[in-house]
Design a protein around this ligand. Structure first.
Ligand code: IMP
Length: 426
């Protein structure tokens, strides 16, 4: 009985893909549990770079079976594209499974996502326009189509005709668009996709339960981050799924008592894509250094990410909500050579210091960060082979973070490559 959950402890893009790939060899199963192709998980090994949107980042580990869990929303054409990409690069992908209860992201979802963002104008969420919100909305309105439905053509045809009729009314009457969906064409396309995907479709619950009963080790790979969680994030500027630890249970059939480790992944600074308040955001040269050195451009969309100092008020909140037992601190090397490094330890509101804030979006925008300032380190850290080779200034910075959030920092990522990951002593 050994399940580890990896969650993003910020607003996504923390490096969960790299950490998942690094840890995968110690596990038998790697499961994605929520989100869809809004995620962009990068894995770099030597001269090869892989970007995964739907496929779990454990896929490069041949001994691992990788499952797209039932809590996900899956765009079948994107998934086929991703599988074909793996095939072309000679990656072993027969160990892939797709949960039959996961919901499909269909062309009307991406279209409506785009139309709705346009309608909102300046108030837009800044979504990835991958159809994620509309697909989850359909799931909860009981208008969704599940992966398993692809295997049942008559039912699929009937469902599609009812749903597409409604979507076309929405597209034309509410949004005034003439890009209508042809239900027959979509049906034919889905039948072809069904044939491709059929060998991988699996009943998630029985698959995961039998693996756990057989003593297999399970790693759950979260997407996005705690601050983007639909319930506990900075609503309404959030994604539409449960990106906290609870999402791993909902999306895979893992039971609560089976989770023994929760690794929160956090950058040594903060980034955010899309709208919403960001107390430690930097609109200066240091923010630009972070963006350029950290290659802070969305993996899924290419959008520049907003950058700022590490915010421990938010990190403490994320660690608490997700029940993290340790942290993986990533992209520390991006801070190499900075004279000083700031860390937000509390907020000020109306002249009064508060160290615990509700993270409701409206309230966050009223807070002014209070910073602790650290001396930076001069040397480049990316070639360090052990913790002992790291500069004292960095160790102090990491120890401070650990003391402030109340859990150990177990993994330090000091470069893009998987090999540039250091493990602290337990
Ligand atoms: P959606 O998930 O496409 O609906 O987007 C909702 C919000 O979540 C937007 O602010 C996106 O930028 C953000 N978001 C979604 N996925 C990711 C991700 O993988 N990394 C960072 N931000 C994300």
């Amino acid at each position: 009985m050994s399940v580890t959950v990896i969650v993003g402890a910020q607003w996504g893009d923390e490096g969960k893909g790299k950490i998942t790939h690094f840890l995968a060899p110690s596990y038998d199963l790697v499961l994605r549990f929520q989100g869809g192709s809004n995620a962009g998980h990068t894995v770099i090994t030597g001269s090869s770079t892989f970007k995964f949107n739907l496929v779990p980042s454990g896929i490069l580990c041949e001994k691992c079976t990788c499952l797209l869990g039932d809590g996900m929303v899956i765009n079948p054409s994107k998934l086929i594209e991703e599988i074909n990409g793996l095939k072309e690069r000679g990656v072993w992908y027969e160990n892939l499974r797709i949960g039959s209860r996961a919901h499909l992201v269909l062309p009307y979802h991406t279209l409506i996502d785009e139309l709705e963002e346009k309608r909102l104008g300046l108030k837009a969420i800044g979504t990835t326009k991958r159809g994620i919100g509309p697909a989850y909305a359909d799931k909860y309105s009981r208008l969704g189509i599940q992966v398993g439905d692809l295997m049942n053509p008559n039912y699929l045809k009937d469902r599609l005709s009812t749903i597409v009729e409604l979507k076309n009314k929405l597209i034309s009457c509410l949004y005034g668009s003439d890009t209508l969906i042809n239900a027959d064409e979509l049906y034919s396309e889905l039948l072809k996709q069904a044939e491709f995907l059929a060998p991988y479709v699996t009943d998630t619950v029985s698959f995961v339960r039998s693996a756990i009963d057989a003593g297999k080790k399970v790693l759950c790979e979260g997407a996005q981050g705690v601050l983007l969680d639909i319930d506990y994030g900075t609503y309404p500027y959030v994604t539409s799924s449960h990106s906290i630890t609870g999402g791993a249970l909902l999306g895979t059939g893992v039971a609560p008592h089976e989770v023994i480790n929760v690794i929160g992944v956090s950058k040594a600074y903060t980034t955010r894509v899309g709208s919403g308040s960001f107390p430690t955001e930097l609109d200066d040269e240091v923010g630009e250094i972070m963006r350029q050195r950290g290659l802070e451009y969305g993996t899924a969309t290419g959008r520049p990410r907003r950058c700022g100092w590490l915010d421990l008020v938010l990190l403490r909140y994320a660690v608490r909500i997700a029940g993290c037992t340790s942290l993986a601190l990533t992209k520390i090397d991006v801070l190499d050579g900075l004279e000083e490094i700031k860390v937000c330890t509390a907020y000020k509101s109306n002249g009064k210091k508060v160290d615990w804030a509700s993270i409701a979006n409206v309230e966050l925008s009223n807070y002014e960060p209070v910073y602790e300032i650290f001396r930076g380190w001069k040397a480049s850290i990316s070639n360090a082979q052990s913790i002992r080779e790291l500069p004292n200034e960095l160790i102090q910075f990491v120890n401070f973070i650990s003391a402030q959030v109340g859990i150990p920092v177990r993994l330090l990522s000091i470069g893009k490559d998987t090999s540039q990951t250091l493990v602290t002593e337990s």
